[in-house]
Design a protein. Structure first.
Length: 184
C-alpha cells in the first residue's frame, strides 16, 4: 500500500522531489519514488543521480491516493512525453484521485487539458501552458483534486499541503515545526 507516487524523469528538479519525499515520510505516510526510465537511477537537471524505489511498471497505482510531479527542465517535458504516465494521470483525474505538481510540472496537467476548471500556479513564465480557469501567484494553490506550487522555494509549503491532504493539518504543522520552518 502506498499513499503517493512521485515520478522521476531525466532532468527532474532534485530538491523539489526530495523535499516532498522527506516531509511526507516524516509524516508517517508512504511515498514511492518512481522512475519512468528503464533504470532505478535517474539523473536530475543538476546532474545529481538518485535511486528511485520502483520502476514505473512496478508502481502501485491502485492503492495510491496521489500522483506528484516534480518540476525541472527537461524533467517536465520528459514527464509529459511518457504516455504510460499521462494515461495514469488521466485515469486519476477521472477517478477523483489527487494530483499534485510543482514548478514547471503543473503544465503537464495543463497540457493534458485537465486544469480548465481549476485555479493553479506554476513557475513564473510558464503560465500560458497551464490552460487553467485562473492562474494565481500564490506559493501553493489547492483547488479540487489539484495541488500546485511555484518552485523549489515553495516546496516546504507544497509538501505541507500534500501531508494535510493525505493525512491532516495537525500532522502537516507538526512536521513543519520539527524542521524549524517559519519558527520565530
Amino acid at each position: 500500500m502506498t499513499d503517493a507516487l512521485i515520478f522521476l524523469a531525466p532532468g527532474y528538479e532534485e530538491v523539489e522531489m526530495l523535499t516532498v519525499v522527506d516531509m511526507v515520510r516524516r509524516a508517517g505516510l508512504t511515498i514511492d519514488m518512481v522512475s519512468i526510465t528503464d533504470s532505478l537511477e535517474v539523473t536530475s537537471s543538476h546532474n545529481v543521480t538518485i535511486k528511485a524505489d520502483k520502476l514505473f511498471k512496478d508502481a502501485d497505482f491502485d492503492s495510491a491516493k496521489m500522483i506528484i510531479l516534480p518540476g525541472g527542465i527537461p524533467g517536465t517535458p520528459n514527464l509529459l512525453a511518457f504516455k504510460p504516465l499521462t494515461d495514469k494521470i488521466l485515469e486519476f483525474k477521472e477517478n477523483g484521485k489527487l494530483l499534485s505538481a510543482v514548478c514547471a510540472a503543473p503544465t503537464v496537467y495543463g497540457e493534458l487539458g485537465i486544469l480548465k476548471e481549476n485555479k493553479a500556479t506554476c513557475y513564473p513564465g510558464m503560465e500560458a501552458k497551464l490552460n487553467c480557469a485562473k492562474h494565481l501567484e500564490e506559493p501553493v494553490v489547492i483547488d479540487g483534486q489539484f495541488t500546485t506550487s511555484r518552485g523549489m522555494g515553495t516546496c516546504i509549503e507544497f509538501a505541507g499541503a500534500i501531508i494535510e491532504r493525505l493525512k491532516d493539518k495537525e500532522t502537516a504543522e507538526d512536521v513543519k515545526a520539527k524542521i524549524v520552518y517559519n519558527i520565530k
